[in-house]
Every structure is written in C-alpha cells, then in structure tokens.
Design a protein around this ligand. Sequence first.
Ligand code: UDP
Length: 460
Amino acid sequence: MSLFSSYNPKPHVVLFPFMSKGHIIPLLHLARLLLDHRATVTLFTTPANRPYIVQSLSDDDITIIDLPFPGNIPGIPPGIESTDKLPSMSLFVSFARATKLMQPNFENVLQKLPHVTCIISDQFLHWTLESATKFGIPSLGFNGMSAYSSAICQDAVGLLPLHESPDEPFTLTSFPWIKVTRNDFVYPFTERHPSGPLFDFITDINIALSNSYGLLVNSFYELEPQFMDYLNRESKPKAFCVGPLCLTRLPKMEPVLHNKCRWIQWLDQKLAQGNPVLYVAFGSQAEISSKQLTEIAGGLEESKVSFLWVVRKSGTELGEEFEDRIQERGMVVKEWVDQKQILEHEIVQGFLSHCGWNSVLESICSEVPILAWPMMAEQHLNAKMVVEEIKIGLRVERRNGIIQAESLKNKVKELMEGENGNEVRKKVKEVAEAARNSIKDGGSSFRTLGQLIEEIHLHN
Ligand code: UDP
C-alpha cells in the first residue's frame, strides 16, 4: 500500500544527511522508502558525497542539491567532506561544527524550493532544524542511535560522576535490571562538570531538537519498547520508530548476478563447500592499532574458522605471509564493500562487529549473530544491548586495553561452533522476523511513518 497516494499535492520532504557513510546510508534508505510511498524528495549534500548518493539512488526520482563544503577549517585537510576520511576522529567536532557555515547557502536554496512539507535532517546538522523553525517548516531530527543507547545516556546523566572508578558497575534508576560503568560512556559526559567542544555540540543538538516536531529513530518498537516509552515519557520532542531502514531495498545497490565481486564469489565457494563464514568488519570510522591488528590476525588464524575480513583504516599492513597462510580459509578485503550483501549471503553465520548501530540492524535483519567488539562512541552501549538485552550476540574480552589472539580465537569458536553461539543464532532469527513484520503494511514502523506524515500534513 502506498501511504501518500491520496495526498494532493504529494508531500515534499527535504532530507539532509550528515557527511559520513554511517549517517548517509540510513537516510538514503529513508529517501527510497518515501519515494516508494509517492512523496517528492529533495536531498542536500556536498559535492564529494554526491557520487555515492547518485550511485545508490537514481537522480531521476529525486532532486539532489550539493552545497559547497566550507574550506579553511583548522586541522581539516582541504577536500575532506566526510568524517570517514578524517585523518583522526579527534577532528570530529571541528568537522561537525564547520558544517554550520553551510547554513546561509542552505537557507537561500530552501526558500526557493516548492512548498516543503517537512525537513528531516541528521541531528548532527542541528542548524538545519533552526533554519526550519525560522521558515516555519516542521522538522524532524534523525537520530542514528538505538532508543536503548539514547535512553541510557539520558538516565545515567548525573549518576556517572558519583562513581570514582571507571569500571565500577552501578544500577540505572529507570532500568534497574541494567548495570553500567563509566567506561560505557563518552568523555566529557563521564565528568562531574562536563564541558568542552563535544559538550557544547551536544547541547546545541538538544536545544534544536527540543524545538523540532520530532525525533526519528532507526529501529522498530518491538525491539526496544521500554526504551522508546522512556524517551517519549522523559524527553522532548516525541520519538518515532520508523525502521529498520536497512530493510528498504536500494535497487542500484542490489547484487548484479553476472558481475559478482570477488568476495561474493568466494562466499559462493564456501557455501558449496559447506564452510560457514565469520564476517569481520569494524565500520567506516574505527581506528585500529597495528598491535591490535596483529592480535586479530592471530586469533582468526588460530580459530580455524573461515572468515572474510574487511580491513579499513589501520596503521599497518597485514603482510603477504599472513594472506598466503590463510588463503584456504580466509579472505582479506581492503576496499569498500556492500556490507548488506555480504551479511545476507547464507554462508555468513557470524559477524565480528564494532556494533555501529547500522551494522547491528543489518546483522539482525540478515539473521546473523554478533561477536561484539565495541570501540568508541555509543558502541559500548549497543554491544551491551546486543549481548544482555536482546541476546543476539556474545562479546569479546578486553585485557589491558587489548583483545588478545587467544581470547579472540576462543570467542570466535564459541560463536561459530559452540552452544552459546547456537542460542544467539536462534534468537536473532526471531528478532529478524519481528523486524520484517514491523515494516509490512500494518506493522508498527509502517503505521508510525504514515501517521507521522499525516500529522505533519495537517499541521501545515
Ligand atoms: N559499510 C559498507 N561497506 C564498508 C563499510 C561500511 O557498506 O566497507 C556500511 C555498513 O553496512 C553500515 C555503515 O557503512 O551501513 C556503517 O555504519 P555503522 O553504524 O555500522 O558504523 P560507523 O561506520 O558509523 O562506525
């Protein structure tokens, strides 16, 4: 059923994703979903991000407007328009702050667009929500996190500094079955008086969001009802679950049968041999030390499990010897891959993941259990959710800040061959079924999106 077929004129939605793959991808799925329901979509981006967007969405269907990315930002090399390409994630806040310099250009173009029903933009681009308010256009902030992580961060504020030791567990007020430590949270929110650039940035986001129409959450209600209810009870604006967005197909990203990339051909071979594969990838931003990379290589090699490892930013090379030694069982890829296509391959039966929220959702929807290895941002909370709350994964063990090869080997075997692995594999299939139901006609996410656009339409 098309949600907006009776609307005249069609709703016109403006989308503005933040400049990083983990934020662009879900909004491309949302764009596709809105187009499939007969909305008109205009998407803002920057010149360097345009090709990826055009490759994923046909520009016959959608208007893509690229605004120049500001130059001369201290610390940011010229030409870098995405956080995936930053030399270090320590530059994240400077990058995110600099996007505000695009506001005059954004407003100039916005004023000239035909009647805009609403603006949906990434909450990191909080200034777009301010622009919407200025022009009287309803706006929705897109939150790339789980409701679980957002709710826990909110509930823990104020409790964190009371605990001197970073790894001393304490119980949350609103979720008494959950124990967290200061290590699960991001500096400076672990401090008694948080301050500094990240704190100011998050404060600006919260102010802009509180003046917006709502918060879009890329999740489905049945996955995290208590946490969605908490957000809607304790904070403004109203939160709406419209995911998992990754279940919306982007036709241009679908595998082309007669032109398979070499890693998909390799997975086909493993399927023919009946060798289950562990997929190993840590998203688009994670930085991994050379020491840690060596331990991962050792653990994967010793586990004797077949694996496909996507190595992105790293300080060192793995060396040809390693690749020669593991060639029967393993494949190392150093290019951008279509992760969803890999996870959906039936021979992939485990995912060693940093637990970025998109990766968690993609793993759930592909019925693949997770071996959780959180690295930064809210990934520690996502990992907790995966392992303790929805029980679709196991967790690696860190000792002295590093995951040792021996320990990784044991966890990989446990996930791929052990009893605990079987339990979480069974559970992830159930959760995947609920995810698919939520986006079907009449499902919770389907209904929420329809009601939301109708509310905004009446509000206009
Ligand atoms: N991704 C991909 N190919 C790659 C690396 C990442 O398709 O080689 C996609 C992945 O499927 C996910 C997104 O990039 O949709 C990464 O988002 P996530 O939230 O998992 O992690 P982040 O990169 O933001 O840390």
